[in-house]
Design a protein around this ligand. Structure first.
Ligand SMILES: [Zn+2]
Length: 523
């Protein structure tokens, strides 16, 4: 028989609420709630009523008169473990807003940094001394396109809980002096491919340009983000009458077929004029640019029951967004919670702001030093989730999926496996992640490539070679990965938000077993 406190805790967990969420919703403090859940005190009838309403649980269950939790689980096939997903549309709309405000990796990091500042995180600089205190919240950025945020537990942090994702997506980068010579009255922009995108998805749709510029100042240079929202460019298809074979398959030449049209000869010089104007600087002072095309089509929630969300850049901003949300909600007094959002995953991660850099390693070393901990001892007590989207079974091509591991959208979080360790997951890290998801009623599913299809890589095994921490590679099921308009499940973002929050609330302690690989999990 469970105790009153345990039932209260279970009902809260089923609803996916942190103690902080409860405080925000009904004003019961963390301390009071801990005392109720630990059986050290009982709430008064008025408070109890508010908690029962908030948890959407039957009062008979809380009072121990029945083992059925009731209410939000009434219609669920898995009983008390399934979370209430009525919020999925709201969560998907928030995801769309986040992605719209993040047309490039630079903007995504700026967007995340602003959210962290609003939540009271202190910005540190890598080139300065760090004054890190227990209970403190900090973040650093590198190149303006990668960000690490961390919360130091106020107790005795013995390990790191790390959630990693990436914020770049396949696109086209403008080359220097991007305006091509006027030909047949047209001005086009010279671009090259960034990442492995689906080329055809970029044609015949409104695109725009965003990124970062570096401009001259009297004493040096400064950088600024720009988004040419009022500029539209289009990569036009050739009419079928001039290429009858188009529907039989097509090979794109990136120097010919994917060059966007900017304007007529009247717009000569207009690109850099627009850039300088957007930045509020003189055109002659713009000394360097990192500009990318992005899809202007806004995201949408759709499907007969609102099951799906389509948007540019779901890979991997969906995971970055959910990780951030879980990171802000979670935390444990005896761990360091760390969120890592890297750039350049789509081009191999081997840049100073990519997963294959010393960005995370050097931050971890500095945090260990500040806490007086040995890195060698702390890392084995740490755990990482590498979150990058996964392939859902395709409705028209189910044959591309593995016969047994067939993720579907809204089916929960995908755990990714690969024998060659393109994904870092193994039996132990999968078990840990399943246990964390089960604690908050989040379903999981598994992915493995068909053995005759090589599949892609991701962050987990790359950062693991830099920083040897047990890792699970996970993601959310989606269609059309690397199209400029991708589709995912509208519920899955919320699943990952909840699982990430629970991950950050969980302290993992290694057990001395043979063979090793045993852990104790405490939330
Ligand atoms: Zn990805």
């Amino acid at each position: 028989m469970t105790t009153f406190g345990e039932r209260l805790r279970k009902a809260r967990k089923r609803k996916g609420l942190s103690q902080m969420d409860v405080f925000d919703a009904v004003g019961v403090s963390n301390k009071a709630l801990s005392r109720y859940e630990n059986g050290d005190a009982a709430p008064n009838p008025e408070t109890l009523k508010r908690l029962i309403r908030l948890y959407d649980v039957s009062s008979e269950y809380i009072l121990g008169l029945t083992a059925e939790m009731g209410r939000s689980a009434d219609n669920s096939p898995e009983g008390e473990n399934l979370i209430d997903m009525t919020d999925n549309r709201a969560s998907a709309e928030k995801l769309i807003a986040f992605i719209s405000a993040s047309p490039t990796a630079f903007h995504a990091v700026d967007n995340i940094s602003r959210k962290l500042s609003n939540e009271g995180f202190t910005k540190l600089n890598e080139w300065e001394n760090w004054d890190i205190e227990k209970g403190g919240k900090y973040f650093i950025t590198r190149n303006g396109s990668a960000v690490l945020a961390f919360k130091v537990g106020e107790g005795d942090p013995s390990g790191f809980n790390i959630f990693a994702a990436h914020c770049d997506s396949p696109t086209f980068k403008l080359k220097p002096g991007a305006e091509l010579e006027t030909i047949d009255h047209y001005i086009r922009l010279n671009t090259e491919v960034y990442g492995g995108g689906i080329m055809s998805s970029w044609l015949d749709r409104p695109l725009s340009i965003a990124g970062r510029i570096a401009f001259s100042t009297p004493n040096g240079i400064k950088t600024q983000l720009i988004n040419l929202e009022n500029t539209t460019v289009v990569i036009p298809n050739v009419a079928i009458h001039m290429q009858r074979q188009i529907n039989d398959g097509f090979t794109f030449n990136p120097q010919v077929d994917t060059i966007p049209l900017f304007g007529s000869e009247k717009s000569k010089g207009g690109l850099m004029r627009a850039v300088a104007e957007a930045a509020g600087v003189k055109e002659k002072d713009v000394l360097g640019v990192d500009l990318y095309l992005y899809n202007k089509t806004p995201g949408a929630v759709w499907g007969a029951e609102g099951e799906y969300v389509s948007s540019p850049r779901l890979d991997d901003l969906q995971c970055a967004y959910a990780g951030l949300s879980g990171f802000l909600a979670g935390g444990n007094r005896d761990t360091v919670s760390l969120l890592a959002i890297f750039d350049n995953e789509e081009v191999g991660s081997r840049t100073i702001q990519g997963a294959d850099s010393d960005f995370l390693l050097s931050a971890v070393e500095r945090i260990c030093a500040a806490l007086g901990k040995s890195k060698a001892q702390t890392l084995p007590n740490s755990f990482a989730l590498s979150a990058d989207n996964a392939h859902a079974v395709h409705p028209n091509h189910p044959e591309y999926a593995d016969p047994q591991n067939r993720p579907f959208m809204n089916g929960g979080i995908v755990i990714k496996f690969n024998a060659r360790q393109s994904y870092a997951t193994d039996g132990v890290s999968a078990a840990i992640f399943k246990k964390i998801c089960a604690a908050v009623g989040v379903p999981v599913q598994t992915f493995a490539n068909r053995s005759d299809k090589p599949g892609g890589g991701t962050l987990g095994n790359i950062s693991a070679t830099r920083l040897s921490i047990p890792t699970a590679d996970i993601g959310l099921a989606q269609l059309a990965m690397h199209s400029c308009y991708e589709t995912a499940g509208s519920m899955d973002t919320l699943y990952l938000e909840r699982a990430a929050a629970e991950f950050f609330r969980t302290k993992l302690t290694r057990l001395d077993l043979s063979p090793d690989g045993g852990y104790e999990l405490e939330a």
